[in-house]
Design a protein around this ligand. Structure first.
Ligand code: ZN
Length: 216
């Protein structure tokens, strides 16, 4: 699969350094399953981080602290990508990173209806910060802005907004100043994995009324 939209470099570097929130890191991890380009970037960043840390002299940092950091970077080393074997694809349509949490198939999840054409599944133990959205073909999402980072990974279908068209495997790495209105493309519905590290800011009365249903 070749992706057209990737996480920002700073997002990948923070992922490599283990400094993203769990929710944001999960979205990056799922994208890395599909994107060799970003896997390469993260590996390079980790190697550079290791090299820099090894240069740090004992005067600047206690030996213990340095060893701890090196061990931590090691822990965050990327697992080799799951080898996708054609026949095994049948075992589920949910990314392998998410399967221990929610199972194999999108169809088996207990989706809750948020609005016409819009269903949501909040991941357990994610404190509401990691959700799947299931958007029926042609459905417009409410216009919204963000108080913090939002990372969206398309898991099925595609959607378009002011920033472009996002297909399966693509990531939208949205800055706090962006206001956008995604619309699912018409031929098939769209399922996205979305991580936020701060509440969305909905514009307009109706979307604000929807906010409680998003549990934000
Ligand atoms: Zn990528």
């Amino acid at each position: 699969m070749s992706c057209n939209h990737h996480p920002d470099l700073s997002t990948l570097l923070n992922y490599g350094a283990g400094s993203l929130s769990d929710a944001l890191a999960m979205v990056v991890a799922c994208h890395l399953e599909a994107c060799e380009h970003c896997r390469h970037t993260v590996t390079e960043a980790e190697n550079i981080g290791m090299a820099l840390l090894k240069e740090v002299s004992a005067d600047d940092m206690s030996r213990n602290a340095r060893d701890n950091m090196l061990a931590m970077l090691d822990d965050h080393a990327i697992e080799p990508p799951a080898v996708v074997i054609e026949g095994l694809q049948k075992e589920g349509d949910i990314p392998t990173q998410l399967r221990p949490l929610i199972g194999q198939w999108f169809a088996d999840l207990k989706w809750s209806r948020v609005a016409p054409g819009l269903k949501q599944f909040i991941l357990p133990a994610s404190d509401g910060k990691l959700r799947l959205l299931n958007i029926a073909p042609g459905t417009f999402m409410p216009v919204h802005g963000h108080s913090g980072s939002e990372l969206t990974l398309v898991l099925k279908g595609s959607y378009s907004d002011e920033l472009g068209r996002f297909r399966t495997g693509d990531v939208a790495d949205v800055d706090p100043d962006v206001t956008h209105q995604p619309v699912a493309d018409t031929h098939e519905g769209c399922i996205c994995l979305i991580a936020t590290d701060a509440p969305l800011r909905f514009k307009g009365l109706v979307p604000r009324l929807l906010q409680p249903f998003f549990q934000l």
